[in-house]
Design a protein around this ligand. Structure first.
Ligand SMILES: C[S@@+](CC[C@H](N)C(=O)[O-])C[C@H]1O[C@@H](n2cnc3c(N)ncnc32)[C@H](O)[C@@H]1O
Length: 402
């Protein structure tokens, strides 16, 4: 059954469904967007940090090595990556880790998981049924929470209503009804009197279960979640009146999630306040939150870039690598993403990625990892659908702390 029929069947069975139920079906039911293909690649609908440049994984490996040391350099340090997609990040981190430090490389046990492991994998990606329990190490996710189901709301005459999905016989339609959960009201009530008539937004109720699951997997160590999103007051600012829900269909950004059921991606910004509340309730302690650009800068991406520039790499390759690194720290793009860290059963030492004591790993980096054709994308080459990415000056990107 295709996703459209699966949604219709759900509506026939129980009447209008919440948008979160709709999103669950169109993204994750058999034949859903994530279950039926491999959307993330140079030829996919979009690209993510791991496929932009291997330095993303390398900088994370440096942070993971610091965690391992803070735990007393145990013989076994487990990393569980969730939402690993095609496994590019897993491949880059594990490739780089042994190069960085042989002892750390031997201790590192990296397991990658996805609710829908795609067919074309760069590292073995396992189904969620194999998730371990009580590990010592780190939980990692990149752009996972933005792909999890959200409820949608609209403000009408100062009242909060939820947007449900129905079917009028010809197409899917929106229906406004009282919220399906008091948690939606709890999150929005402090902002309601500032929000205009017709204001729309999203609420992710799934973070609570997510955080509880994290606490069963991790006994001691850290959790790192990287994604786009804001703290709650920023997410529900009055001027963000159309919300953050976006769709990607055949490389095109859109805003109508009810079309192309199962064939387009649907994402929404993460409410990092909700993540923090849920992680705290699940027994974690907040370590910090920063932007991806600041995190990568603290891990030493600038000196690594200098190393790359001084290398004997041919000019077109240098340019392609610089473009990928630029994409990672671009303040208008992925550089603005948030990196949130939480800990459990560890000491109170901070992590370098979240504190102002910038580390400089230049002397640690044996070789700067460079783009691998087939694993990463070349942003200076022609792109699917025509056109080229704009490559800007890198100097200015690092001049100000975001
Ligand atoms: C936007 S993609 C990001 C993939 C990859 N992390 C990257 O950066 O390229 C989101 C991924 O999360 C997966 N996913 C969604 N919910 C999940 C869950 N509860 N547990 C594990 N994976 C999940 C999806 O199947 C999809 O592969």
């Amino acid at each position: 059954m295709n996703s459209e029929s699966a949604v219709k069947e759900a509506i026939d069975d129980r009447g209008p469904i919440t948008f979160a139920e709709f999103m669950e079906i169109v993204l994750y039911s058999p034949n859903g967007y994530y279950t039926s293909g491999s959307p993330i690649s140079a030829n996919g609908d979009y690209f993510t940090s791991p496929s932009a440049h291997p330095l993303f994984g390398a900088m994370l490996a440096i942070q993971l090595r610091e965690m391992w040391r803070l735990l007393g350099s145990p013989d076994k340090f487990q990393v569980v990556e969730q939402g690993a997609g095609n496994g590019v990040l897993a491949a880059d981190i594990t490739d780089f880790a042994s190069n960085l430090d042989a002892e750390f490389g031997t201790a590192l046990r990296y397991l990658a998981f996805d609710v829908a492991p795609p067919p074309d994998q760069h590292y073995q990606v396992l189904p969620l049924t194999e998730l371990p329990k009580d590990i010592t190490g780190c939980l990692l996710s990149n752009e996972l929470l933005d792909a999890t189901p959200v409820h949608r709301f609209e403000v009408q005459n100062g009242k909060l209503l939820e947007i449900f999905v129905g079917h009028d016989g010809a197409e899917f339609i929106e229906l406004l009804q009282p919220p399906s959960s008091t948690e939606i009201e709890r999150r929005l009530t402090p902002f309601l009197n500032q929000l205009s008539n017709g204001y729309r937004g999203e609420v992710n109720l799934g973070v609570k279960d997510w955080a509880e699951q994290q606490s069963t997997i991790l006994h001691s160590g850290w959790s790192l979640a990287i994604d786009y999103g804001f703290d709650r007051p920023t997410l529900y600012r009055p001027e963000r009146e159309t919300g953050s829900l976006r769709t990607y269909y055949q490389h095109t950004l859109g805003q109508n999630p009810l079309r192309h059921a199962g064939r387009q991606d649907i994402t929404a910004h993460v409410d990092f306040t909700a993540l923090d509340e849920a992680m705290t309730a699940a027994g974690f302690t907040t370590t910090g939150m920063t932007t991806q650009a600041a995190f990568l800068s603290r891990m030493g991406i600038e000196s690594t870039l200098d190393q790359l520039r001084a290398s004997a790499l041919p000019r077109p390759e240098k340019r392609a690598n610089e473009a990928g690194i630029h994409a990672l720290v671009d303040p208008e793009g992925m550089g603005r993403f948030a990196v949130a860290a939480h800990s459990r059963n560890v000491g109170s030492e901070g992590l370098s990625g979240f504190s102002d004591h910038a580390s400089d790993p230049t002397d640690l980096l044996p070789d700067v990892p460079v783009l691998k054709p087939g694993r990463h994308i070349n942003l200076t080459g022609p792109q699917q659908g025509g056109g080229y990415f704009e490559v800007q000056s890198l100097e200015k990107l690092f001049s100000d702390e975001p």
